[in-house]
Design a protein around this ligand. Structure first.
Ligand SMILES: [Fe+2]
Length: 189
């Protein structure tokens, strides 16, 4: 990370800045902007006449390096913390179940999406109509997941998680990325 780089990126055109891990809910929210931007790129691939190699590589890099870690942040840390802190009125379990169903559907399509994109890069072939349908379905699931999380889960998390919870979340997210504490994160590019 360069010192001049703004703390909040906002456009989602690059991986989320690790210095934001000190504020884990801000980091997750920025990850959602990143996901939204990648969904737009995937939609572009699904409708373009010919394969955009640069865009295909960006999507593959995101799928291979960022998406899985984001999903683990939520499944292994954010969701359990929310389940622990939320009251009955929050009705959080039903919301988490619906979000997980969209995630599961996206994860089910993920190997196919990876394979088709990598295959087109290797062979130079264009995506088939079937490939395009799968891409659109995948982007729609990912988008639904992040819309529900931004609209429902993150506001509840901001209200309910304690400072200790946020610190725990931050530590686990750092460790998942091979960073042992917040100070180290600021050195990562
Ligand atoms: Fe998410």
């Amino acid at each position: 990370m360069k010192p001049s780089e703004p703390t909040l990126r906002g456009s989602g055109d690059k991986p989320t800045n690790p210095s934001l891990l000190a504020n884990p809910l801000v980091f997750i929210s920025e990850d959602h902007l990143r996901e939204r931007q990648i969904c737009a790129v995937i939609d572009g691939l699904a409708t373009a006449d010919s394969l955009n190699r640069q865009a295909t590589m960006s999507v593959l890099r995101f799928l291979n390096e960022e998406m899985n870690v984001h999903l683990r942040d939520e499944e292994e840390d954010l969701f359990p913390l929310l389940a622990k802190r939320c009251t009955q009125e929050d009705a959080i379990e039903g919301v988490i179940d619906r979000i997980k169903a969209d995630q599961d559907e996206a994860m089910r399509l993920l190997p196919q999406v990876r394979e088709m994109l990598a295959g087109c890069l290797d062979s130079g072939a264009d995506l088939t109509p079937e490939d395009r349908t799968v891409l659109s379905r995948f982007a729609a699931r990912v988008r639904r997941h992040l819309v529900a999380e931004n609209a429902i889960l993150l506001p509840i998390a901001r209200a309910r998680l304690t400072r200790v919870d946020l610190r725990t979340l931050s530590k686990h997210m750092l460790s998942r990325r091979g960073l042992s504490d917040f100070e180290e994160a600021t050195d990562v590019d």
